[in-house]
Design a protein around this ligand. Sequence first.
Ligand code: NDP
Ligand code: OXD
Length: 314
Amino acid sequence: MSLLIAMTGWDLESWRQRFQRHLPAFEIVALGEAFDRRNVRFAATWKHPEGSLAGLPQLEAIFSLGAGVDHLFADRSLPDVALARVVDPDLTARMSEYVVLHCLIALRQQRLYDRQQREAAWIDDRDQPAARDVRVGILGMGVLGLDAAGKLMALGFDVACWSRTRRDVQGLAGFAGAEGLGPFLARTDILVNLLPATPDTAGILNRGMFTQLARDGRLGAPMLINAGRGASQDEDDILACLDDGTLQHATLDVFRTEPLPAASRFWSHPRVSVTPHNAAMSDPDAICALIARQIDRLERGLPLEYPVERGRGY
Ligand code: NDP
Ligand code: OXD
């Protein structure tokens, strides 16, 4: 029996060695080499080529090697088997670090002080709001959104989350669905996107959303942090809203086209911070261990811990 690695852009051999350590009873095979398709019971994928998982008669489950699963649904001939995603405490902690870092840079106006330093300007008359004066709104109240929310609240930020279904979490202002979106945006100074890329979230970060953000915040115009997916952002709208002051700053880890093309205005825009889709790098060993644990659960007749629901796309 074998596990098929189906990935593009990552180092195959290091993944193969890790999987072999975690799944000694399995033959680890990979796309692009000769293998017996009849023996493949599981596939572990990151951006596999369309159609490459078809024709695997014994396939039982497909494991995404990333937390996001939009790359799976990009394959229109994805086999109809169980799908699972990555949930890993290390990845979650890294994402929260990213969100907290950029909220603190905004709160403490670090970019302003960096500018002042370059000009050798000792100006200490700026308003210094407290964390409790700054309203952070997180789109997505899942594994990542909730962890980031908890850490921001521990620092004193006034945090709200928006999700598809309503959830009540102590200390957190929870909003849900289309009717909850307006009130959520109206009380948001820093908008953080941690939504998955689905047909419903495509292009959701657009002018219509930005114009509903709070205009009376202690930090001035609202800010955007997108560490979810580039497919959620209308990039022309983001640039236009930065240019006309609707947005004060955008911190973007993800883009519609990755790597971000050299010609993109995001690279040089003075009020944009770009990171190369590494807000939350995954620990490959932790991911292989997670997948080995899921396979063991399936062998024992137990359900997957982190299943993906095809109907909702995440
Ligand atoms: P989860 O599946 O745990 O949470 C998703 C959240 O989004 C849920 O709260 C869900 O609502 C909400 N949601 C989904 N669709 C809608 C919608 N149409 N309207 C409102 N809310 C919606 O995902 P994670 O927190 O684990 O991850 C989120 C995303 O982060 C990933 O899908 C991936 O794209 C991205 N990511 C980015 C990384 C990076 O390095 N930049 C690294 C890892 C992940 P509900 O609670 O009702 O289900
Ligand atoms: C992702 C990941 O989904 O890196 O972006 O896990």
